[in-house]
Design a protein. Structure first.
Length: 244
């Protein structure tokens, strides 16, 4: 049953019994019997020309699961593992209008830098690696509106305070799916962030690693990406391979 569900989930089009049998390795009669039971429970819909697709029951169950999921609760174990592996602070943030809000943070306990990222704290989107992730996911029109609305105030000499600077950086973030804060919110502190996506592929949160400049390591990217991929998968995100 699970192999049939996975096969149906991997395509947007209804599939024939023959195709499902080939993909799953199930004998056609076995696949047909399982599909019949799943159709009766509305897990599968029998479409035209004898094809099958996932049924409405999955949507109903998905909404129940989504209502019970907390991004913080889902992310926290992964954050703790990342923190233990790196020994640096790991931050979880979400967007609230023109600001990033920090939901959770694991403290490194080693930093002499005054870190502004406390749980519940807020910061302008363009000054933080987490905030830039949300701007990069937004439309060009909305980013320009954000710049005009806020005036892009700076906090350090490294802050991005012009729309042109910000736009150029967002292009890099869209390409790499990573964002950086190079002492833009606080001198002596650097951050790197990656997005967390939900089942619809929407960026709903971000995870960042923050450390004093002298301890910042560009090789953290792989571990950070693995962490955000794990959280995104738990939230239902499925990254589909490109189809020819």
């Amino acid at each position: 049953m699970m192999s049939l569900i996975d096969a149906l989930a991997d395509t947007a089009e209804p599939m024939s019994l023959k195709a499902l049998s080939r993909l799953t390795g199930l004998h056609p009669s076995t696949a047909h019997r399982i599909l019949a039971a799943m159709t009766q429970s509305r897990l599968v819909d029998r479409c035209e020309a004898g094809t099958y697709g996932l049924g409405i029951r999955f949507l109903e169950l998905g909404n129940v699961v989504k209502s019970r999921f907390s991004i913080r609760d889902t992310a926290l174990p992964v954050m703790q593992e990342l923190h233990e592996a790196l020994g640096e602070a790991v931050n979880l943030g979400i967007r609230d209008k023109d600001e990033i809000v920090y939901l959770e943070r694991t403290s490194s306990g080693r930093s002499l830098v005054r870190v502004v990222y406390l749980i519940g704290a807020r910061a302008p989107l363009h000054l933080t690696s987490l905030g830039k992730l949300f701007l990069a996911a937004d439309s060009a029109t909305n980013v320009r509106a954000y710049a005009e609305r806020t005036g892009l105030p700076g906090k350090t000499p490294h802050s991005l305070t012009s729309f042109e600077q910000l736009e150029k950086e967002l292009e890099t973030i869209r390409r790499d799916d990573l964002a950086y804060d190079n002492e833009e919110a606080e001198l002596g502190l650097r951050c790197i962030a990656a997005p967390i996506r939900n089942d619809e592929g929407t960026v709903v949160a971000g995870l960042s690693i923050s450390a004093p400049t002298e301890r910042h390591n560009p090789n953290w990217t792989d571990q950070l990406r693995q962490a955000t991929a794990s959280i995104s998968q738990a939230l239902g995100y499925r990254q589909r391979a490109a189809r020819s």
